[in-house]
Every structure is written in structure tokens, then in C-alpha cells.
Design a protein around this ligand. Structure first.
Ligand code: ADP
Ligand code: DP6
Length: 325
């Protein structure tokens, strides 16, 4: 027999970050997180379970996956096979990212969510959104949030059943202006970087303790439509996270001189009255949090200011995007 399905999932950027696992195998995080799913950046993945195949094979953007990247795909396929009673049936996976892969632009979120959705559908599993979020989490933590459109809250939970994301409604219409400084793969994966941070940073426990308060504040700002309050707490939470990376041994340094120049343009725009705050993930790129209504003006301003400073920079406007399809 041969069964196939295709899924599309969009990347998400965290406003309150996930950084560090309490359980590495199940991907249970130390902190709950809040994100915005984006319209522009997405992954399309098709999965075929075929009894005629000898082994699992996967390709991303036309290139055959091997080693760690293939192993990561197979972890997801194994979970789905075990649930669907398809043990021993191999799969062919084909995927395309419009997100640059492994650049800190959340390819693992859209990539592993799309894989979870396509594999579950191809295997005939009928999962509700919560169960699909739990399944996507096993591929990449941030993928749990990409099941949902718009704002998503990932409850850290304490076991497989209690760790899942759900949508959050808000009067805010948010946008993210992505300043792409470097779209190449990062030197250290998020997975390795967070492992090192949890194991060695003396500041990590303090960031975890503070995160609960940050999240409560962000959720309140989201509920009441208070963008400045949301922006302030998101910015502080992200730089707190980068502080834990810098104090790890050896330090995880994603910030580059170009990142700092880009941050300065964001802060200058804010000083001049634009509603814009910065966040960063595991990579040198800077993401500016703003309102949908101000996004084009913010992008124009950042492009103009960056032109002389970081000439290669590409500035992308992303609005709230849909959940998995
Ligand atoms: P990013 O910042 O892009 O999320 P990560 O280091 O967290 O970077 O994850 C990148 C890894 O995610 C890739 O090396 C690959 O293993 C996996 N990945 C990304 N996109 C896909 C995809 N479409 N299908 C399968 N795996 C993917
Ligand atoms: C900095 O979800 O990519 O983007 O669970 O190991 O696959 P794994 O890590 P991943 O980490 C994302 C970290 C982050 C913050 C965030 O998205 O919340």
C-alpha cells in the first residue's frame, strides 16, 4: 500500500522565548512561550508511506538529507508509524522552505510542523490541533506553536500530555519586520546552544524565574491591546535570553557587529516615535516587532538607515499568518 499527504506550515517568531529543555527526549521546555506565526515564511512538505521503499529518504529544497538532519526527520516518522501501526513501512519526504534553513529564521518551526502534519495525514491519523501541536513539539519545540495562526501560547507543561500550544486572541494587529543580516546556516544549532546554556550558564535559572512574570505581562498586554507594554517585555525577555547564551561556557555568540548596527536602527526609530521593538533568536538576524499599520513605515525607515551601515541587508515585512494546512 501507498499513502500520501502534503502540509503547509508557517514559521513563527517568539515574543517570549523558549530556551532550554527540562526533558530533552520529549522536548518539554523550562518556560512557556508566546509567538506570532508569520504569513511570508513557510514550509511545504509531502510524505508518502510506501511498502515498496527499502528505507526512509528525505530531501529539502532538492537536496538529499543525511546524518543529523535525516535522523531528525526519522524521529518524527517513527512517532507517527508507532501511533498508526505502520512499523516497517518506509517513507519518502519532500520539503521546500521559503525560509532560509538554519539561519535563526525559524525553519525548524515551520519545517517540523509541516512534517508532523503531512506524516500524520499520510498515516491516516486523525489528530486534533492540540495533539498535532504535541506531535510537532517532538520534532522541534518551536514547531508546537506553528500549528496555529496568529499568536500562539505554548504551555511548558510537565509531561507529554500537558506540553502543547494553543491560539491566543488579541485586539492587536502585529507585524514583524525581519532584518536579514545573514541567511546562511548558523555555526551552532539552537538545539546545541540551548543545551550548553542550560548546562553551564550561571544566569540561566534567573532567566527562567523571570520568564513567568514576562509571560504574564505579555499576555496582559496582548489582551488589553497595549503594544508598548508588549514590546518592552518582549525586548527584555529576548536580551535576557542572549545574556544566558553569552554567559555559557563556551559562550554562544550569535550577535555580530551587523546585528548591533541593526539594533541601533530599531532603537533610533523608536526614539523618533515609531512603535518598534527588537527581538533576536539563535542567529545574527534582528526582528522588529511593530503594528501591521506601521510595518511599511518601519521597514522604509530601517532600509534607509541600514543602507549606509549594513549594505547587504534585506528587510522583509511579515504579517500574522495562518495555522497549518
Ligand atoms: P532555524 O533557526 O532555521 O530554526 P535550527 O538550528 O533551529 O534553525 O533548525 C534547523 C534544522 O531544522 C535544519 O538543520 C534541519 O535539520 C531542520 N529543518 C529545517 N527545515 C526543515 C524541513 N523543511 N524539513 C525537515 N527538517 C527541516
Ligand atoms: C531562540 O525550537 O529550534 O528560536 O526544540 O531543539 O528544535 P529545538 O529548538 P528550536 O528553538 C527555538 C529557540 C528560539 C526561541 C523560540 O522560538 O522560542
Amino acid at each position: 500500500t501507498r499513502t500520501a499527504a502534503t502540509a503547509v506550515a508557517h514559521a513563527n517568531i517568539a515574543l517570549i522565548k523558549y530556551w532550554g529543555k527540562a526533558d530533552e527526549g520529549l522536548i518539554i521546555p523550562h518556560t512557556s512561550s508566546l509567538s506570532l506565526t508569520l504569513d511570508d515564511l513557510h514550509t511545504t512538505t509531502s510524505v508518502v508511506f510506501d511498502e515498496a521503499l527499502d528505507t526512509d529518504e528525505a530531501a529539502l529544497d532538492g537536496r538529499r538529507l543525511a546524518g543529523r538532519a535525516l535522523a531528525r526527520v526519522r524521529v518524527m516518522l517513527d512517532l507517527v508509524r508507532a501511533r498508526a501501526g505502520l512499523d516497517g513501512v518506509s517513507a519518502r519526504v519532500r520539503s521546500r522552505n521559503t525560509v532560509p534553513t538554519a539561519a535563526g529564521l525559524a525553519s525548524s518551526a515551520s519545517g517540523l510542523a509541516a512534517l508532523a502534519g503531512a506524516a500524520a495525514a499520510a498515516a491516516g491519523l486523525d489528530l486534533d490541533d492540540r495533539d498535532l501541536s504535541r506531535l510537532a513539539r517532538r520534532g522541534s519545540g518551536s514547531a508546537a506553536r506553528s500549528v496555529f495562526g496568529g499568536l500562539a501560547l505554548w504551555h511548558a507543561g510537565h509531561d507529554d500530555a500537558s506540553s502543547y500550544a494553543e491560539p491566543v486572541s488579541s485586539p492587536l494587529r502585529l507585524a514583524i519586520v525581519v532584518i536579514v543580516i545573514d541567511a546562511g546556516p548558523k555555526p551552532v544549532s539552537s538545539r546545541e546552544a540551548m543545551r550548553r546554556t542550560v548546562a553551564t550558564s550561571p544566569d540561566y535559572p534567573a532567566w527562567v524565574r523571570r520568564s513567568a512574570g514576562d509571560l504574564a505581562e505579555a499576555l496582559d498586554a496582548v489582551r488589553t491591546g497595549d503594544l508598548p507594554r508588549l514590546g518592552d517585555v518582549a525586548e527584555a525577555n529576548a536580551f535576557g535570553m542572549h545574556g544566558t547564551m553569552l554567559s555559557a561556557t563556551p559562550p554562544v555568540r550569535y550577535l555580530t557587529p551587523a546585528s548591533l548596527a541593526a539594533l541601533r536602527t530599531v532603537w533610533r526609530a523608536r526614539r523618533d516615535g515609531l512603535p518598534v521593538w527588537a527581538t533576536m533568536d539563535a542567529g545574527p538576524n534582528v526582528k522588529a516587532i511593530t503594528s501591521a499599520a506601521d510595518a511599511e513605515a518601519v521597514a522604509r525607515r530601517l532600509r534607509a538607515d541600514l543602507a549606509g551601515v549594513v549594505p547587504e541587508t534585506n528587510v522583509i515585512v511579515a504579517h500574522a499568518g495562518p495555522g497549518i494546512q
